[in-house]
Design a protein around this ligand. Structure first.
Ligand SMILES: Cc1cc2nc3c(=O)[nH]c(=O)nc-3n(C[C@H](O)[C@H](O)[C@H](O)COP(=O)(O)OP(=O)(O)OC[C@H]3O[C@@H](n4cnc5c(N)ncnc54)[C@H](O)[C@@H]3O)c2cc1C
Length: 522
């Protein structure tokens, strides 16, 4: 007998397998002789009232076996002698495009400028401890892309449930915990992601795919508006039936190359701001309305948004990529720039909570850069990152200010402990940020302090700059075929091309590009 249940239980039952079994046994009035299996389908925390509850959807099989299984299976197929397609970039978009090509009998040749996950780790240590930015291997570049050393949050604004479930199942089969299949806000954690990426690499190699690390694409082979292949920095040519360009939002050299080769690109809006860091304990107390969150509830997160006005124009200030129990990371891809972002381990057990607090910027913000044409937004983004670096002392030390001091235009006389390893320099962030962004952030923090009392106090600080929220460039493509609007056989893909924001949406876009490439070929 199968029973579908929707129940609301306290956290100590929801997050404890034994207690949950006993609870189900009781409400279904099952005897000790009844065998039953629980299949959890969905789990979400409701912290709106003082008494925290957890909503669970589950299927219970009583005295019968569950016939539920994952839809995805690792393909058992050899594509080593099949026609080849080129994938540039091995982030989520490139990886999922490759898996999809394999399923459809096409051999992916993946070209990745960075190192494999293990070797990449050493460059992250050098960046954190010695302020050395390796332009080919950093938090953005290398196996798994920008998603590898991240929080591994797996939410997306997309509502394509089937597509999302497939991505989650692929991640789960390659090592992500089962929780991601049921939690309303799933995440994996930096400590688990590298192994998972290695497992995906193994699936690809076992199927006959080719992977080239430490290999940077520096040119495209285009004949009569048809993309034939790519040329790499070591002067090798790779040819294929199509090229999926999944190089991420930080591959500025690719944007410069496209512009130089007159392959159409355009500036696009992105979001710019700072990362705010609080004590996780403070966020837990506010969100869970209690002194201690106890042993069952996960470190809590928040989501904030406020409309603000500057020179008569309304725009939102919003929290972005919140990392409970997380670390702020130096995410520059070149020396002479400061970029911050956040990650967390799977347990999210660090003392701090960090979140991007950003404002959408558009054409009106980069009007002074209009002489750069299609690269105006990129040059504006670059100038903010460079300015932050110069003002903070030309290392990877980041500019910072306590939030109340920021509100009162006062340089902080001292800064708080911070998770950002390279260190901080106390600066008035007004000098770091463009005026419209600065003004809106100020108004935003004022409002956030009313929504979360104490949010904008001097017990918290802001660290700059959060500038790589999404790509400042779009590579326009045909809505029907996903090919570049002018160049056949070129598939602009993922976050760098302007069609994704985050791991899951980049992965879904990778799959779509692979599908269209195969469709066109066949
Ligand atoms: C610290 C951090 C934390 C994050 N946390 C989260 C999170 O919790 N949840 C979430 O959804 N998103 C998160 N993100 C964003 C997420 O990682 C990206 O949205 C996602 O990785 C984009 O995928 P992509 O494949 O389009 O591009 P990318 O992941 O950027 O991958 C692009 C790849 O292309 C390679 N490449 C670039 N140029 C070349 C070239 N010329 N030749 C060869 N290879 C090249 C790069 O080395 C890179 O590996 C985070 C990002 C960072 C930096």
């Amino acid at each position: 007998m199968k029973k579908e249940l929707q129940i609301i239980v306290p956290p100590e039952i929801a997050f404890n397998e034994v207690k949950l079994h006993l609870y189900i046994q009781k409400i279904l009035q099952l005897s000790e002789n009844d065998n039953f299996v629980l299949n959890l389908k969905r789990r979400s925390i409701d912290a709106r009232s003082r008494e925290i509850k957890v909503n669970l959807s589950l299927n219970v099989y009583v005295n019968e076996l569950s016939n539920e299984q994952l839809l995805y299976e690792i393909p058992k197929i050899d594509v080593s002698k099949s026609p080849c397609a080129i994938i540039v970039g091995m982030g989520p978009a490139g990886l999922f495009a490759a898996l999809k090509l394999v399923e459809q009998g096409i051999k992916p040749i993946i070209i990745e400028r960075g190192k494999n996950v293990k070797d990449r780790r050493r460059d992250l240590a050098a960046l954190n401890k010695m302020h050395i930015v390796n332009p080919e291997s950093n938090y953005c570049f290398g196996e798994g892309g920008a998603g590898t050393y991240s929080d591994g949050k797996l939410y997306t604004r997309s509502h394509k449930r089937g597509d999302i479930q497939r991505i989650l199942e692929i991640l789960n089969i390659h090592g992500a915990p089962n929780d991601i299949l049921v939690d309303a806000h799933p995440h994996i954690g930096t400590n688990k992601l590298p192994k998972l990426i290695e497992n995906i690499r193994k699936t690809l190699l076992d199927s006959g795919a080719e992977i080239h690390f430490n290999t940077k694409v520096t040119d495209f082979i285009v004949e009569k508006n048809q993309m034939k292949g790519v040329i790499t920095a070591d002067n090798r040519e790779f040819l294929g039936i199509g090229v999926i360009l999944a190089t991420g939002h930080s591959a500025r050299d690719i944007f410069y190359l496209l512009e130089k080769k007159k392959i159409k690109i355009e500036s696009k809006p992105f979001a710019l701001g700072v990362r705010a860091e609080h004590q996780q304990k403070f966020i837990d107390q506010v969100q869970y309305h209690c002194e201690n969150r106890g042993e069952f509830l996960p470190p809590s997160s928040y989501s904030l948004v406020q409309q603000t006005e500057f020179e008569g124009k309304e725009k939102g200030v919003f929290s972005f990529c919140m990392c409970p129990g997380g670390i702020i990371a130096p995410c520059a891809t070149e020396t002479g720039e400061i970029v911050v972002n956040g990650w967390s381990p799977s347990k999210r057990n660090n003392a701090f909570a960090n979140s991007g607090i950003v404002v959408a910027v558009d054409e009106s913000d980069w009007k002074d850069f209009s002489s750069f044409g299609n690269l105006a937004a990129l040059e504006y983004q670059k100038s903010v990152e460079k300015n932050a670096c110069i003002l903070a002392g030309n290392t990877q030390k980041a500019p910072a200010q306590k939030i109340e001091d920021f509100m009162n235009s006062k340089i902080s006389s001292s800064l708080l402990d911070c998770s950002y390893t390279p260190g901080l320099t106390s600066i008035d962030m007004k000098a770091v940020l463009p005026l419209p962004v600065y003004s809106r952030l100020k108004a935003g923090f004022k409002a956030f302090n009313q929504k979360i009392k104490g949010y904008s106090s001097n017990e918290a600080q802001i660290i700059g700059v959060e500038s790589r929220t999404s790509s400042p460039v779009r590579i326009p493509r045909n809505k029907e075929t996903y090919e570049h609007i002018e160049i056949k056989g070129l598939f602009p893909c993922g976050e760098g091309a302007g069609y994704a924001g985050g791991i899951v949406s980049a992965a879904m876009d990778g799959e779509k590009c692979a599908d269209y490439l195969v469709k066109l070929y066949k």
